[in-house]
Structures are given as C-alpha cells and as structure tokens.
Design a protein. Sequence first.
Length: 62
Amino acid sequence: RVNAPLTDAQLVAVRQCVPRGRPFGDEGWVESIVHRLGLESTMRPRGRQRVRPVPEQQIKEA
C-alpha cells in the first residue's frame, strides 16, 4: 500500500498531522508512539483552553 492513492479521509488526516508533527497511522499505533516519544502536546488542540461560563445555579448560591 505504499504507492496506493490515499482516500479522502486519509488525506484530511495527513493534512492535520503534518503541521503539528503528529504521528499518522492506526489509532492504537499513534497512541503508543505518542506516549513513547513524549508527543502528547501534538494531540491537544492549539492555544489556550476556552473559558467555560459559570452555570446560573452556582452564581445564585454564591
């Protein structure tokens, strides 16, 4: 399958992996490589976490 054309889903996955330096492959293999090589940051979304709004119930209790 080395010279076989990629499916549309595979092409989208490759395009997401390349800019982040994320491993590309089977999900189980990717997970093992990420942990083995310390690439956890490539699996998280970029930037700061979004601020979650405080539920109204907690505001009323305070």
